[in-house]
Design a protein around this ligand. Structure first.
Ligand SMILES: Nc1ncnc2c1ncn2[C@@H]1O[C@H](COP(=O)(O)OP(=O)(O)OP(=O)(O)O)[C@@H](O)[C@H]1O
Ligand SMILES: Nc1ncnc2c1ncn2[C@@H]1O[C@H](COP(=O)(O)OP(=O)(O)OP(=O)(O)O)[C@@H](O)[C@H]1O
Length: 545
């Protein structure tokens, strides 16, 4: 079986008569489902050719990640399901290929990078990959050094993976896959955990690697903005798991806006109507009542100082964003606010009482927390039980449980998933479930780590509408986010963390004016501010705010 198109120095070898060479991947009427006759992917026929960069879009739950699993052989090797039709890799039916071969030729960086690590430290993880590829021992050290340099993570070589921030883990997952020198690299929402500048740099890095190594790319993304120039093709899957569109991105975004809107897919901002004026700032609704305050709070892990001298107040009805570069301490701060981590110095008061004096049950009723990784939150075996858990704990009767759970499932589009195991949901569904579990009662404070992670345009805007409704009921919301559009559109205040210290607290519009801080904190202005580059900057602010 001839499965190699690249020689060791990554120059493609001519092994076939070029004209007769089969596509890298070819799907012929391929369907796949987790249950018999319930097709998640429906009758797909398309090819992926050498050196192509394809963007794959579709609403949350439409089957994008499932397709990735089918392409790289994790189905049927490790994922249970049913299929018909065929998938060919360089002309060979993948169901007839030797186990393990395809996983190397087609590398995936998963939506949740934690799911692909086997070892404790960064170095061991990368060495493990190379050992599996039978790379000679004497080359391993150098290869690890080179790949860490390529992704800008040299100084984390000896760190424990579970101690890295979300964005740092994402980069290590990419490094491990690149070491396999795949023919096709599948990236499943690769930039969702990266700060805005790292996200742009990541895309440039991928483009560079692709050119140097002649890799084909399949990028699964909800937000196409930054990828569309790199992509030669856009494939859109609809909610029935069928191919809706397959063409050049610009053509699709120009000519099929209605179809994309119907499917709830994000249009890049430049294709949206009058993006600069499309929305107004939130109405003033913040009350002067302080819900929570931090006074000179510091936190360290072993000898490493993570947060320094943080002081901030959170008011009723307020939406505050915490932004900053990867590793700045944002998730740690949320965990400190929620008393999941103890502080070393300073004071935290919640509803007029030191947080340390709150009983665990009372605190969890008054304060909801949505983790960066939703899986860290799941404790039952079904979506229904997950949503009923808090209500049962509070001795709600069956009628109340049923009606609240039904309402939440309806709002968060999880009705069809009612009896599924939370761990088997799509990335976006998991996130929606993790948010829904916090809303069985109305808390005073909600803490969100990346609330709209993995959502399509429709579910994202519904989720934010829900947030506004909650603030109108008196809830304060603090959210960690890399999404500056979200900060601009919905947040009353933004706090920027830089190396564990507060570098800025104020209104979003004041942050966009602070170019030096934006650069230092690896943040970007939102599109509607960037977009008016025909106007003087002050005139833009006058127009928009
Ligand atoms: N192991 C599984 N068992 C049963 N159903 C599953 C399993 N994995 C995924 N599904 C279901 O298959 C459908 C497609 O999921 P998939 O993860 O492929 O969607 P997606 O398009 O990647 O979504 P998102 O954009 O939210 O990540 C969803 O309805 C999901 O609940
Ligand atoms: N369990 C841990 N043990 C030791 N260090 C940790 C641990 N968790 C996080 N850190 C370190 O603390 C710092 C802050 O991490 P944190 O996750 O709070 O950053 P973040 O701003 O949320 O990053 P990201 O945007 O990438 O999610 C990082 O340098 C990280 O390596």
């Amino acid at each position: 079986m001839l499965l190699e198109r690249r020689s060791k120095n990554n120059v493609k070898t001519v092994q076939h008569n070029f004209q007769n060479q089969p596509p890298l991947i070819e799907l012929k009427n391929f369907s796949f489902g987790y249950e018999k006759s319930e097709w998640t992917l429906n009758n797909l026929s398309f090819s992926i050719n050498d050196d192509e960069t394809i963007l794959l879009m579709g609403s949350s739950g439409s089957g994008k990640s499932s397709l990735a699993l089918c392409l790289n052989g994790l189905y049927p090797e490790a994922v249970e399901g049913y299929s018909k039709g065929s998938v060919l890799f360089m002309g060979h039916d993948i169901s007839e290929m030797k186990k393990g071969v395809l996983n190397q030729k087609i590398g995936i960086v998963f939506q949740d990078p934690e799911s692909q690590f086997c070892m404790i430290t960064v170095e061991d993880e990368l060495a493990f990959t190379l050992e599996n590829l039978s790379v000679p021992r004497e080359e391993i050290d150098c290869k690890i050094g080179n790949i860490l340099q390529t992704i800008g993570m040299e100084k984390y070589r000896h760190e424990k993976i579970h101690e890295l921030s979300g964005g740092q883990k994402q980069k290590i997952a990419l490094a491990a896959v690149l070491l396999m020198e795949p023919e096709l690299l599948i990236l499943d929402e690769p930039t969702a955990n990266l700060d805005p500048v790292s996200s742009l740099e990541f895309i440039q890095l991928i483009e560079r690697i692709q050119q140097e190594q002649n890799i084909s790319l399949l990028v699964i993304e909800h937000q196409a903005e930054d990828w569309q120039e790199a992509a030669s093709r856009l494939i859109v899957i609809d909610s029935k798991g069928e191919i809706l569109l397959d063409d050049k991105p610009e053509y699709i975004f120009t000519n099929h806006q209605e179809l994309l809107n119907e499917e709830g897919i994000f249009l890049p901002k430049e294709f949206q109507d009058t993006p600069a004026l499309a929305f107004t700032q939130p109405k003033p609704r913040v009350s002067s009542e302080k819900i929570l305050s931090l006074e000179n709070v510091s936190f360290s892990r072993k000898s490493k100082q993570i947060l320094n001298d943080i002081s901030m107040d959170i008011h009723r009805r307020e939406i505050i964003a915490i932004a900053g570069e990867n590793g700045a301490g944002k998730s740690t701060l949320l965990q400190i606010i929620s008393a999941l981590l103890p502080i070393n110095e300073g004071k935290i008061n919640f509803l007029g009482q030191p947080i340390s004096e709150w009983g665990e049950n009372d605190l969890r009723k008054r304060m909801g927390f949505v983790f960066q990784n939703p899986e860290h939150q799941f404790i039952t075996d079904t979506v229904y039980d997950e949503l009923a858990f808090g209500l049962r704990l509070n001795h709600a009767d069956d009628k109340k449980i049923n009606s609240t759970v039904s309402e939440l499932m309806h709002f968060f589009h999880l009705e069809k998933e009612k009896w599924k195991n939370p761990f088997s949901l799509s990335g976006g569904q998991k996130r929606r479930l993790s948010v829904a579990t916090m809303l069985d009662e109305t808390p005073d404070l909600l803490l969100f780590d990346e609330p709209t992670f993995g959502q399509d345009a429709k579910t994202s805007s519904e989720l934010m509408k829900k947030m506004i409704e909650l603030t109108e009921m008196g809830v304060a919301i603090v959210m960690v986010t890399h999404d500056m559009e979200l900060v601009d559109r919905y947040c009353d205040r933004v706090m920027v963390l830089n190396e564990g210290s507060i570098a800025f607290q104020g209104k979003p519009k004041s942050l966009w004016r602070n170019n030096e801080l934006l650069n230092r904190s690896r943040l970007r202005k939102p599109h509607r501010v960037r977009f008016r580059n025909d106007m003087d900057e002050e005139a833009v602010y006058d127009l928009l705010y």
